[in-house]
Design a binder for this molecule. Structure first.
Ligand code: MN
Length: 483
């Protein structure tokens, strides 16, 4: 039986991730229970319901998540399609599993269209994440399997699911640092929404790989030899191609000029620890000249979603090649993001700093969500949430070198309020890269900003027109009201 075989693979995956055998028994028990409850039920695609359940659970197991989440994945549709109740699940599989399933069910797609749907969807995602971010992992796995069989659904529903995946699920996965999962969601949806463009992007990657096959091989070999000669052990070296959706977006910005894209393919090298990352970067730069301003040290200064790695682009003669250097821990984090905290491992990885980053963001989300509750779904509020979270971001620095993430149109005032409300309220003068700057100057990535404080608050009504972040606007209003 096909499902039995898939179950065996699922169990094997979990075993490889060191899942204890009592937990594996529970997973098998959950499978038997789901299979019996679904009986012969099939989906729109004609596939048995239990196969979808298995696909979702397998995906979660592949992401190395805990047995409870995998079990919840197996049972996630059970309330909708069978007579099984939450109480039954609680008794058989525990409180936690039941809660994960109810949480996931609450996220189910809405039946109406347009702006309100977008707003309502986001609101539900935030709510679920504030409650328990693990719920969202199940939703992502569910959506990935659904995107694979969209062609069996009516056109309207098909478009809605694909749109939603690109507009909402992808960016949220990205913001949670789940790079690989974001890529899956976006590429599957992209193929559904724009099959022609998808095929075009796919062709570009295939051609690139064909043209450069020998060169890539040679570069990999050279790096491996150089590293070996310097006594650096390479854990893994592989080439990765850019996701088709992000490639397509990048090509659209560059008038479809392929030569302007340096990272269609990158060589990713995993070494044992951080000092070796830097040592290897030196070795690569010794061999090939780097492109100016394209060296990124995301280890010293991680991206706000927690991403860490060294990036560099070098001239290899024929081609500019991107290298990404990181440790095994960084690799797990880059693939699974916040989900890495639930990764099933005997040895706990030290990712405390990143946990802090993630949870700060989640805290902010729950505040936004509470705000939205209060104002129902005022579309103005929604728009600024969208801008705050998903607009292109810039990264600027405090004089001490801390990274502050802001939306693209941010000004020194937004910066001041992002650092601290008090700094915002007392903002007298701003210096950008050590030069005096107007408070409404548009900041750019890598700017270093210093704020000179006045002795007393100097909030002014016209500041509301200068700022573009929610936080600044809110704090200015509060200060004005106090006055
Ligand atoms: Mn489902």
């Amino acid at each position: 039986m096909r499902q039995k075989k898939e179950l065996t693979i699922l169990i094997k995956t979990m075993k490889e991730h060191c899942c204890p055998s009592e937990d594996l028994k529970d997973v098998k028990r959950a499978f038997d229970f789901a299979a019996a409850s679904y009986g012969g039920q099939t989906r729109a695609s004609g596939k048995p319901q239990i196969e979808h359940a298995l696909a979702v659970a397998s995906q979660l197991a592949e992401w190395k998540l805990t047995p409870e989440i995998v079990i919840a994945g197996l049972l996630h549709d059970i309330f909708e399609y069978t007579k099984v109740t939450e109480d039954d699940i609680r008794k058989k599989f525990g409180f936690k599993v039941a809660r994960l399933i109810t949480g996931e069910n609450r996220l189910d797609s809405l039946k109406y269209w347009g702006k309100e749907q977008y707003a309502e969807n986001l609101r539900r995602m935030f709510l679920a994440m504030a409650e328990d971010v693990q719920i969202v992992f199940i939703k992502f796995a569910d959506r990935i399997d659904n995107l694979k069989t969209l062609e069996f659904l009516p056109e309207e529903k098909r478009r809605r699911l694909a749109d939603e995946s690109i507009e909402i699920y992808g960016p949220i996965a990205g913001r949670l640092g789940m790079g690989k999962i974001r890529q899956r969601l976006e590429d599957l949806a992209f193929r559904q929404l724009y099959p022609k463009e998808y095929a075009w992007a796919e062709g570009i990657v295939a051609e690139y790989l064909k043209d450069n096959e020998q060169l890539i091989k040679k570069i990999k070999k050279t790096v491996a030899e150089d590293a070996k000669n310097s006594g650096i052990k390479i854990v893994e070296i592989r080439s990765r191609t850019k996701s088709l959706y992000s490639l397509y977006n990048k090509l659209s910005i560059h008038e479809r000029n392929v030569d302007k894209i340096y990272d269609i393919m990158a060589i990713r090298i995993i070494v044992e620890d951080i000092p070796k990352c830097y040592a290897l970067l030196g070795i690569i730069h010794h061999r090939w000249k780097p492109l100016p301003r394209r060296i990124k040290d995301y280890i010293a200064q991680p991206k706000p979603n927690g991403y860490r790695s060294l990036h560099t682009n070098v001239f290899t003669g024929k081609r500019v090649m991107e290298f990404q250097i990181r440790t095994p821990e960084m690799q797990d984090e880059a693939k699974y993001g916040i989900a890495a905290h639930w990764i099933y491992k005997e040895k706990q990885i030290n990712i405390s700093n990143n946990i802090k980053k993630h949870t700060e963001w989640l805290k902010e989300l729950s505040v936004i969500q509470k705000d939205l509750e209060k104002h129902a779904i005022a579309s103005q509020a929604m728009r600024s949430v969208k801008i705050d979270l998903f607009k292109n971001r810039i990264f600027v620095f405090t004089p001490k070198g801390d990274v502050i993430e802001l939306p693209e149109d941010a000004t020194p005032l937004d910066f001041a309020y992002a650092v601290h409300a008090d700094l915002g309220n007392h903002c007298k003068k701003a210096f950008v890269n050590e030069m005096p700057a107007a408070l409404d100057k548009k900041l750019r990535s890598n700017d270093v900003i210093k704020i000179q404080k006045s002795d007393r608050p100097c909030v002014d009504k016209h500041w509301l027109k200068i700022v573009c972040t929610r936080r600044a606007r809110k704090k200015i209003r509060e200060a004005l009201n106090k006055k």
